[in-house]
Design a protein around this ligand. Structure first.
Ligand code: NGQ
Ligand code: ZN
Length: 432
């Protein structure tokens, strides 16, 4: 069952290498060698490990382009959220599957080889569970399988409308679970993938619920939205007398399994704490710009050797390169400096890229998940910088997941059929 792939140029954990031969068995790299041999399929271009997408709400892909219009009052994250709730109200399981499948092939075409789906659209529009309570979760699993992307399914635990036990609004009723119904969602099977917990936010669960979820499911990844808006920080201080990340870290044991999504308004003390705990900050620069969230202090995190990655969140635009570029440009614009997130040992694009890889690498024991870039005549770090700062998604030539080419010549193999299904779903939604 072993196959061999001969990479012309590849980014290995130790740096750039040429003529790298991967031996792949059942999707996993079992050996890395230096010589070709006839059996190996030759892959031209610059091969780099696939990036993990740390945060997605796939259904929001279908809202791209629908919320860029000023309302009567000042628009904000909170007015956008009301529009999102109205959109959610009409989504069926078929819609979710069609939209998620398109979002996932676009992620692959952008160089993401796995997605952490922060999934909260669990129930029927009136809040009653589907006959199969896991219906919507299973649609996400099917969409990921159709696209061929790695899936970390994060069923979201959502219990209340806001701090201090505020009742959920009508727009939030599809998201709600008891502890019992949540435990059933956590039984969803994710073949070849992973499942993890996702208390939605400190707004949407009580501290008791948070502790319950973390201790009932002590293994696997744990994700939470946190500190994205200054109002959330203010409300948290008013309700609990602590800032959100301090409150989280005083309530449950935060370690390397935790992903703190956004963390935009973390202060210096909170950044030091989460870095020491080896939690990963899940930054979503395109969405954070689109929603007017603010800028996370990445230099402070890097100074503490903290971990970060990127997520496409609202999927208003799906591009790993653009996430990294927007992250760096936000810092350049506020500091009026260049190469803010770089270091002298490598290019800024490579530094950002390697940070966002997390544990992903072209190495024995890892999945054979990699992206082949067209370097436009450039090699090494310059090819990565060209992708991130110039060519964007157009530089992605092919993408391999578990050793199988899912994207070739920049296009996913099933793009046409999945795009047609997506368009049907969106036109039905907009006319409903
Ligand atoms: C979400 N999105 O769950 O889709 C949220 C909005 C909320 C972002 N935070 C809802 N970007 O946070 O209450
Ligand atoms: Zn989110």
């Amino acid at each position: 069952m072993a196959s061999k792939l001969h990479l012309e140029t590849a980014l290995l954990p130790g740096g750039w290498a040429t003529d790298v031969v991967l031996t792949v068995e059942h999707g996993t790299i079992v050996a890395i060698g230096a010589s070709g041999g006839d059996a190996a399929e030759r892959i031209h271009g610059i091969s780099v490990p696939g990036l993990p997408n740390l945060h997605s709400h796939a259904f929001q892909r279908a809202m791209a382009g629908l919320t860029e219009r000023r309302g009567a009052a000042t628009d904000s994250f909170w007015t956008w959220r009301e529009q999102m709730y109205r959109f959610v109200d009409r989504l069926t399981p078929d819609d979710l599957e069609a939209i998620a499948a398109l979002a996932y092939i676009e992620m692959l075409e952008a160089g993401f080889t796995s997605v952490a789906e922060f999934h909260y659209l669990h129930h029927q529009p009136d809040g009653r569970p589907y006959d199969n309570i896991g219906e919507m979760s299973e649609r996400i699993v099917t969409a990921a399988d159709t696209a061929g992307i790695g899936l970390i399914l994060l069923p979201v635990f959502y219990r209340q409308g806001g701090f201090g036990g505020q009742p959920a609004t009508a727009g939030q009723r599809r998201f709600l679970n008891t502890r019992e119904s949540y435990a059933r969602l956590m039984e969803t099977r994710v073949p070849g993938g992973t499942i993890g917990i996702a208390p939605h936010s400190l707004r949407a669960v009580t501290l008791d619920d948070l502790t319950w979820a973390a201790t009932t499911f002590p293994k696997g990844p744990a994700h939470i939205h946190i500190s994205e808006q200054t109002r959330e920080v203010d409300d948290c201080l008013a309700a609990h007398g602590k800032r959100p990340i301090d409150l989280l870290m005083d309530t449950v044991e935060i370690d390397a399994r935790w992903f703190l999504i956004h963390a935009t308004h973390a202060d210096a003390g909170e950044i030091a704490r989460l870095a020491t705990a080896q939690a990963t900050v899940g930054l979503c620069p395109i969405t954070e710009a689109n929603l007017g969230d603010g800028l996370f202090d990445v230099p402070a995190l890097l100074a503490r050797n903290g971990r970060f990655g990127v997520g496409s969140d609202s999927n208003v635009r799906i591009s790993a390169a653009d996430e990294l570029r927007t992250l760096e440009y936000g810092q350049r614009l506020t500091r009026r400096e260049r190469n803010v997130l770089g270091d002298p040992t490598r290019s800024t694009g490579r530094r950002l890229f390697e940070a966002a890889l997390g544990p992903n690498a072209l190495a024995v024991g890892q999945g054979a998940d990699f992206v082949v870039l067209d370097g436009s005549g450039l090699g090494g770090d310059a090819a990565l910088d060209h992708w991130i700062f110039a060519a964007d998604n157009a530089a992605v030539r092919s993408v391999y997941c578990r050793g199988v080419p899912v994207v070739q010549q920049g296009r996913h193999k099933d793009r046409d059929g999945l795009l047609a299904k997506y368009r049907n779903a969106v036109s039905r939604l907009l006319s409903a």
